[in-house]
Design a protein around this ligand. Structure first.
Ligand code: HEC
Ligand code: HEC
Length: 369
């Protein structure tokens, strides 16, 4: 009996030992799941692709790449050059971004936050299906960083700090195109905006001013025909119908739509699909942080929110190029909405409650260098 016990103990010992030994060679790199630190009450559950879970190491590698001008042909431009944190990761107030060759693109830079909930394609025309594919395109775009993947990989793989980080994050000796895409995807997915005044009001921590409150009602009410007898004190009588396309806690509709704006030579979604009914449809932007992302629209044609509101309320007929059957809500809107100057101001005051100072200053999104 005693002998048997000793044998069992030895066997157990061997097994225990084997387990420990096994862990090391099977798992040459130890990653730490990325810790998000935002309040999850209001936003949908995180959506992370199962083949690219966010890890602290992968997010850091992506952050290094995002801020590194080595990605451009002459090492002068990084992603951050046109996506600056203090402007909610848009360009620095520029209508069109300029690439390394001094070539100006035809579209306004887009903000980067809450991208894990963008399900229907990236860029104003949706030509990139998933984020890791999108991330490669600016590097090889002649009007942007104008580099080749082979040369970027050659430069990156000469660097010891990248070699160390790729080992930690992906267990590989060297970077390759797929890893660049996945790492940038991880960093960009880690950028979340969920701490604006609006969020804090929804969570009961702060309150709107009376003006912001009126603006919220106008934003979230149906456009109803102007009525002579409408009570001027009831903002619901003057709904601006914004919520149909910029509603819910993400302040965007996950669709490509026409808001009645003429394309100015840019066909939007149709440039990618080639389909007539997609003409002048653009990715519907989130209005979070809109105070910081001027100028506005795919071509940055409006400099202020006042101009945007003016467009929605009265200038619709000017865009005769638009097929309004593509923009049913707008059709109703252009015939019916009237906002007094006070109500316009209130609508804008509400939109400004969507500014998230934490996004604009969070150390986790800053340059790691
Ligand atoms: C020269 C300026 C410039 C540089 C450099 C640049 N971008 Fe952009 N970015 C833009 C512009 C302009 C758009 C909109 C282009 C379009 O729709 O055709 C855009 C769009 C995007 C989008 C789409 C967002 C959405 O909601 O669909 C993402 C993501 C993005 N860029 C990430 C990056 C990354 C990552 C890098 C670095 C590898 C980078 N950008 C480099 C100007 C730039
Ligand atoms: C039919 C859907 C729809 C409705 C309704 C709508 N929008 Fe938009 N909005 C869009 C689309 C699509 C764009 C992008 C258009 C473009 O760039 O050509 C946009 C762009 C914007 C932008 C520019 C954002 C940026 O980052 O450039 C602002 C601001 C805006 N809308 C505010 C509003 C307000 C305020 C209302 C209510 C008066 C409203 N929208 C109603 C679909 C809509």
């Amino acid at each position: 009996m005693k002998k048997l016990l000793i044998i069992s103990l030895i066997t157990l010992g061997i097994f225990a030992c084997k387990d420990v030994i096994n862990e090391i060679p099977d798992n040459p790199y130890q990653t730490t799941p990325y810790a998000f630190d935002y309040d999850r009450t209001l936003l949908p559950p995180p959506r992370i692709p199962s083949d690219n879970p966010l890890t602290e190491e992968g997010v850091l590698l992506g952050r290094m790449l995002f801020y590194d001008p080595i990605l451009s042909a002459d090492s002068t431009q990084s992603c951050n050059s046109c996506h600056n944190q203090s402007n909610a990761f848009t360009d620095n107030g520029l209508q069109f971004s300029t690439g390394i060759e001094g070539i100006t693109g035809k579209r306004n830079s887009m903000p980067i936050y809450n991208l894990m909930w963008h399900l229907d394609g990236f860029f104003w025309d949706g030509r990139a299906d998933i984020l890791r594919h999108q991330a490669i395109l600016p590097i090889i775009d002649a009007t942007e960083m104008n580099e080749t993947i082979d040369h970027v990989l050659y430069k990156l793989n000469r660097s010891n700090s990248y070699k160390e980080q790729v080992k930690k994050a992906f267990g590989e000796e060297e970077l390759n195109e797929e890893i660049i895409g996945k790492a940038l995807e991880q960093f960009m997915f880690s950028i979340v905006s969920a701490d604006s005044k609006f969020d804090r009001v929804m969570l009961g921590i702060e309150t709107f001013t009376p003006e912001e409150k009126i603006g919220q009602v106008i934003f979230n009410s149906e456009a109803i025909p102007i009525q002579e007898e409408a009570d001027p004190n009831n903002p619901q009588n003057f709904g601006a119908d914004c919520f149909h396309c910029h509603g819910n806690s993400l302040f965007m509709r996950r669709e490509f739509l026409s808001n009645g704006l003429s394309g100015n030579g840019d066909l939007g979604l149709a440039e990618f699909t080639g389909v007539r009914r997609d003409e002048f449809k653009f990715k519907t932007p989130s209005l979070r942080n809109v105070e910081k992302t001027a100028p506005y629209m795919h071509d940055g044609r409006f400099e202020t929110l006042e101009e945007v509101v003016q467009f929605y309320l009265s200038d619709m007929n000017a865009s005769s190029a638009v097929d309004f059957s593509n923009a049913p809500n707008m059709h109703a809107l252009k015939d019916s909405v009237y906002l007094s100057p006070t109500h316009k101001k209130a609508l804008i005051a509400f939109m400004k409650t969507l500014t998230d100072e934490k996004l604009l200053t969070n150390e986790k999104y800053k340059s790691p260098f």
